[in-house]
Design a protein around this ligand. Structure first.
Ligand code: TXA
Ligand code: MG
Length: 395
């Protein structure tokens, strides 16, 4: 199983160096924290190294990876492999991205860039696309790692393909332990959902995947007022343009039932009570669904994150069935919900529930929120997008 380290230990510097060494010599891919989710990184210039990522994750080979950089000069070296722009003193980063980069980098935004003539990126990175995606993360361990090895790191999320993305080192171990050598443990991710992927090379520019930076935030940037949505959700019928968005994704083992925002708890509880086929149920609640202790016959939760109740439920049909309910409160604020979402799905899976009912949230952020932090709604579209993909049923 992989070795892990926590940055607070005294030898963490040495371990970080060992990780950078492994990446430089393309020995094996390294899992590392970012602000969004944990990534599984490899030298973006080495085919063999990048293939190691696809193998470890069992990822379909037509799904391209995001290239992680620690400086704009590192990005310029990718875009200008022959040094032509450098020699002329011309900028090779397309101007459409200027404001976006200065506003959101480092941070949870990935941009599409043209693959240059003579590109040194491993072809596995772009997986047949004429473009590649790049992002500069803000997590300090991620930046330190990239900076130390002085290599752009191709890195998808460090989960097994189709599983919820990992937001702790333990999640990575759970999925990839035995398949990878090294995980840098930076604690839980602060954003909790992946980066927003945008394409500024088309007109008008497009959002290919909702994520940690909201559509509203992007619309405020000069040149991006008319940005279109090019991912598939309930409001659009376009085919997804980010290849990864067409796969089954973010799914725990349990069947996920997503309740649209404002679905009353009583309606969900009636479903649970009348479903004699399901004896263990998980609940992921956010803003309106009640605490587990108020479930009829329930007991108060023993921990703050997850509580459980075991109840014999009389369903009014003259029958009764014994039911075990585990309920996790994600919180009310969109950012808390985003941060806990994947961990909550994974925790309920570990408890062995057969079905997970999730309380959906409004994609406009928390209605009537008294804090006027206008970032509150930032990840709401991303949360609902991931849940729709994870769900086998929406009610
Ligand atoms: O927050 C994140 O972006 C995380 C962390 C580790 O940085 N990474 C991540 O990578 O989510 P991954 O591989 O799970 O998702 C990358 C997404 C996929 O939907 C992929 O199809 C899309 O970006 N993508 C990458 N390169 C692309 C390209 N050239 N054209 C279109 N879509 C691309
Ligand atoms: Mg992923």
């Amino acid at each position: 199983s992989p070795w892990t380290f926590t940055p607070s230990t005294s030898d963490s510097g040495a371990n970080l160096l060992a990780a950078a060494d492994a990446l430089q010599s393309s020995l094996y891919p390294v899992a590392f924290p970012t602000e969004t989710v944990y990534g599984l990184g490899a030298n973006a210039f080495s085919s063999a190294a990048v293939q190691g990522i696809y193998t470890a994750k069992q990822r379909p080979s037509d799904n391209p990876l995001i290239v992680h950089i620690s400086s704009l000069d590192m990005l310029r070296r990718i875009l200008d492999p022959l040094g032509t722009n450098a020699a002329n003193g011309t900028e090779c980063i397309p101007p459409i991205y200027n404001h976006l980069i200065s506003t959101f980098w480092p941070g949870p935004l990935s941009i599409l860039l043209p693959l240059p003539t003579g590109s040194k990126l491993a072809p596995e990175v772009s997986a047949g696309q004429p473009t590649f995606a790049a992002r500069m993360p803000i997590n300090i361990l991620a930046l330190a790692l990239i900076q130390l090895c002085q290599l752009p790191l191709a890195a998808p999320s460090a989960n097994a393909s189709t599983r919820p993305s990992p937001t702790t080192a333990q999640h990575v171990t759970h999925d990839l332990g035995g398949r990878i050598e090294l995980i840098l443990d930076g604690g839980p991710c602060t954003v909790g959902v992946e980066s927003t992927v945008v394409d500024g090379l088309c007109t008008p520019p497009a959002i290919l995947r909702p994520g940690g930076i909201s559509i509203d935030q992007i619309r405020q940037i000069p040149g991006w007022q008319d940005v279109t949505i090019a991912y598939k959700d309930t409001t659009t019928s376009n085919a997804p343009r980010a290849p990864g968005m067409k796969y089954k994704h973010y799914s725990p083992t349990a069947a996920v039932v997503l309740a649209e925002p404002n679905t009353p708890w009583s309606q969900i509880w009636q479903r649970i009570v009348h479903d004699n086929t399901c004896k263990t149920v998980g609940i992921l609640r956010s803003r309106t669904w009640p605490d587990i202790s108020s479930i009829q016959g329930g007991v108060a939760p023993s921990q703050c994150f997850s509580g459980s109740a075991s109840a014999t439920v009389y369903n009014g049909d003259g029958g009764h069935h014994k039911l075990q309910v585990f309920s996790i409160a994600l919180g009310r604020a969109t950012q808390e919900i985003a941060r806990g979402l994947f961990a909550g799905l994974r925790e309920l899976d570990l408890l062995g529930v057969e079905r997970i009912y999730v309380e959906g949230i409004s994609e406009r952020g928390e209605q009537g929120s008294d804090d006027d932090d206008n970032d509150d709604g930032a990840a709401a579209a991303a949360v609902m997008n991931r849940l729709r993909k994870a769900a086998s049923e929406v009610v």
